[in-house]
Design a protein around this ligand. Structure first.
Ligand SMILES: Nc1nc2c(ncn2[C@@H]2O[C@H](COP(=O)(O)OP(=O)(O)OP(=O)(O)O)[C@@H](O)[C@H]2O)c(=O)[nH]1
Length: 312
């Protein structure tokens, strides 16, 4: 996949597109929109959206400050940096910046200034993304952390509720991990956690799946839009992946290699259920898998039973 930043230029004149192309040179991918339809096309790209939009004031006309305001608030576009090009006019510049544009370029364009502004904005954006990614990543395993898991599950829960979809959750816990640490030491314990995290992540392959470290030696897999039978397939794949990892665990009385126990829960979110009830259901199932011998998965599908447990 191309890692070059994508700059979207929305301007009805070809000469501006050409000037910016020349000014920016290599190392950036330039795409253009000559009308609103083409702009929408680029913004709707599910895989790779532009990193920066450079839009001419006349492209949006009288609606400039409204456009900037929406751009910075709409979840679809707010992460795309915004530069407005317009006349040599303080008022237009002030209203663009005041409404949320990240920078303003006066026409006729000065190529050097364009390059500097765009490069600076992209660098600042990259740094912000780096910091954001650190705050949602587990330092030891490199997968999502608990904070990200909470936000992600909440968003998916609300989405499923809105769209009448469903959502699956698998909670996993490494078997006899205390004994593993005692036998091999904490450094090997950390190494084992990294390998297990990677193996689990490789089994949740759909773009909207999430694997997170829930805490300690516990992991969570969120599977949006899945049928319950599909969850079992993922759980079986995880078991097989752990078996082929084959990390020795001499202190385990379950298996000579590291294994995991899993709890599966599935819901079609309704107003009667909460996200917490789904976590509770998966936890209950995990507990059942541990009590019935470990290295297996259990299912708690009945959210109603869990609901009554929580309210009593
Ligand atoms: N090395 C290492 N160990 C951790 C980390 N986080 C949690 N642990 C250890 O994980 C162990 C969890 O132990 P328990 O909760 O008793 O569970 P268990 O030994 O896995 O037993 P069962 O879950 O019943 O199979 C504890 O010894 C923790 O210290 C970590 O980041 N690194």
């Amino acid at each position: 996949m191309a890692t070059e930043p994508i700059i979207l230029i929305a301007d009805e004149t070809l000469s501006v597109q050409a000037q910016l192309g020349e000014a920016l040179g290599k190392g950036m991918s330039l795409v253009s929109a000559m009308n609103q339809e083409q702009l929408d096309y680029w913004i709707d790209q599910p895989e790779r959206k532009p990193d920066l939009l450079v839009v001419d004031q006349s492209f949006v006309g009288q609606q400039l400050s409204r456009f900037c305001h929406y751009w910075k608030h709409d979840p679809q576009t707010r992460d795309i940096a915004l530069i407005v090009m317009g006349p040599d006019d303080d008022e237009v510049e002030i209203s663009s910046l005041g409404a949320g544009a990240d920078a303003y370029l006066r026409k006729p364009l000065n190529s050097q200034l364009c390059r500097i502004r765009i490069t600076q904005l992209l660098a600042a954006r990259k740094e912000l993304q780096r910091l954001e990614s650190l705050s949602v990543t587990d330092g030891l395993t490199g997968i999502a952390n608990r904070r990200y898991f909470d936000d992600f599950l909440r968003a998916e829960w609300l989405r499923s509720k809105r769209e009448g979809g469903n959502i699956g959750l698998i909670m996993l816990d490494i078997d006899h991990f205390k004994a593993f640490n005692d036998q091999y030491g904490h450094l090997d314990g950390d190494h084992c956690l990294r390998k297990v995290a990677k193996a689990i992540k490789e089994q949740a392959q759909r773009p909207r799946d999430l694997v997170a470290r829930f805490g300690g030696e516990e992991f969570a897999v969120v599977l949006p839009s899945i049928q319950f039978e599909g969850m079992k397939v993922v759980a079986e794949r995880i078991q097989a992946a752990l078996a082929s990892l084959s990390i020795p665990h001499e202190a385990s009385d379950t298996s000579p290699v590291v294994t995991v126990s899993m709890g599966l829960a599935w819901a079609e979110p309704s107003s009667a259920d909460s996200m917490e009830s789904l976590i509770e259901a998966a936890d209950e199932a995990l507990y059942a898998a541990k009590s019935s011998g470990r290295n297996r998965f259990s299912e708690t599908v009945d959210l109603a039973a869990v609901r009554s447990l929580m309210t009593n």
